[in-house]
Ligand binder design. Structure first.
Ligand SMILES: Nc1nc2c(c(=O)[nH]1)N[C@H]1C(S)=C(S)[C@@H](COP(=O)(O)O)O[C@H]1N2
Ligand SMILES: [Mo]
Length: 390
């Protein structure tokens, strides 16, 4: 027996319609745009060009942008699935044959959609696994995630340009045309006419699915929704001193920190402090969040010595570029750099205390960096040296 592929016309449900594709495409487009822009911001924070100035305020800006990044990525998943379902009969459309100029355009257009869909599906998939801190692949996550983002944006612009006439024609709702009188009296169920979901019903279902996964995820950065955050690997309030931990001291290879611990600042003058000497310096308080790139965030109360005060003590100007060095031996987060505007910000601390007690070893005991508007990965723990770079 020979199996025959259906033709595009076999899918006659009114839900496989350019109007539906336009409406869901708009939602997906907004989610992708928000995800892209917030992702760029996060990328530039971590490895931006030297000329790019990122302000240290508003203090919670990164918390909001990264929360939106993960939220829009998760909401994009049901939107993408719905969009693909709406347009999948196109897979069975006949290619114009013999090849003509028009056929070439059609093939190129199909290829751009193939690139768009596969890159976006892969992007959302690895992004979601990353929120679970699971990296079952041999490539570096951040660089790959970033490169895919540009491929998606490029392919999306081509897709929108090609479909522009269709998008414009279906941007506004039009009254649905009267169905043609059918020659046969009996309607087959599969034909979709008059049966099943209406367009409005489909839009409600898709919006509902988006809202549901959104609510299940956003609780990792919005504490009031913490209890329903079933998609969140870390929930607010759970962890030592009521704050989640991304990488424990043990995972980072940091063991007991003893009385021989010293803190060094290398400026024009080199100063060395014991922990008690650091505690005897003027202490400041900052209420700042840890906002992890993986999407969870939580505010906390920090106490410690202002970085700008330490810089002044070592004879350096308060707005200096500073290298932060951890006791952690290897790993991408063992060191970080504070740009001058972050070092000078009075909220930026070498924190010794968290939520009213000495730092837990997993939160960076004896000392860590906490600064406003920064990704969690740059809030270096177990700090034992600052180097003034200029
Ligand atoms: N030295 C060092 N500092 C680090 C890390 C690390 O792995 N090593 N992890 C970072 C990450 S990814 C985050 S989100 C924050 C989390 O801080 P917390 O564990 O105190 O909540 O610490 C940051 N500081
Ligand atoms: Mo993080």
């Amino acid at each position: 027996m020979k199996l025959k592929a259906p033709s595009e016309q076999a899918f006659s449900s009114p839900l496989h319609h350019p109007r539906v594709a336009t409406v869901i495409g708009r939602w997906l487009g907004i989610a992708v745009l928000v995800c892209f822009l917030t992702g760029l911001f996060s990328h530039f924070q971590q490895s931006g060009p030297a000329w790019l100035y990122i302000p240290s305020r508003p203090a919670s800006l990164y918390r909001v942008t990264q929360g939106l990044h993960v939220l829009s990525g998760i909401v994009a998943v049901p939107l993408l699935l719905a969009k693909l379902w709406t347009v999948y009969p196109k897979l069975f459309a006949k290619l114009p044959w013999p090849p003509s100029r028009q056929a070439l355009t059609t093939i190129l257009e199909r290829l751009s959609i193939l690139v768009l869909v596969s890159a976006l599906a892969l992007e959302l998939f690895i992004g979601f696994l990353n929120t679970l801190q699971w990296y079952p692949w041999p490539f570096p996550f951040r660089q790959t995630h970033y490169a895919l983002a540009w491929i998606i944006v490029g392919a999306l612009l081509v897709h929108i340009a090609v479909k522009l006439p269709l998008i414009v024609a279906h941007w506004r709702e039009q009254p649905e045309p009267e169905p043609e009188p059918e020659p046969e009296t009996e309607l087959v169920e599969e034909s979709g006419h008059g049966s099943g979901l209406s367009r409005r019903g489909l839009f409600r279902t898709v919006a509902g699915a988006g809202a549901l996964v959104g609510i299940a995820a956003v609780g990792q950065s919005a504490p009031t929704l913490g209890p329903v955050a079933v998609l969140a690997p870390r929930k607010p309030g759970i962890g030592p001193q009521g704050l989640p931990v991304n990488r424990t001291a043990r995972d980072a290879g940091v063991t007991i920190v003893g009385a021989d611990w010293r803190f060094t600042i290398r400026g024009p003058e080199q100063l060395i402090y014991t922990l008690d000497e650091l505690r005897a310096l003027p202490q400041s308080r900052s209420d700042l969040p840890i906002a992890c790139v993986e999407g969870w965030s939580q505010g906390a109360h920090w106490e410690g010595v202002r970085i700008r005060d330490l810089l002044t003590l070592s004879g350096a100007p308060p707005s200096s570029r500073v290298r932060v060095v951890s006791l952690e031996k290897e790993g991408a987060y063992a060191t970080s750099e504070l740009p001058p505007q972050f070092a000078a910000d009075p909220l930026t601390l070498l924190a010794l205390r968290l939520n009213g007690g000495d730092l837990d070893l997993d939160h960076g005991f004896p000392a860590r960096i906490i600064a406003p508007n920064r990704p969690g990965v740059l809030q270096t723990k177990w700090v034992h040296r600052l180097e003034v770079l200029g």
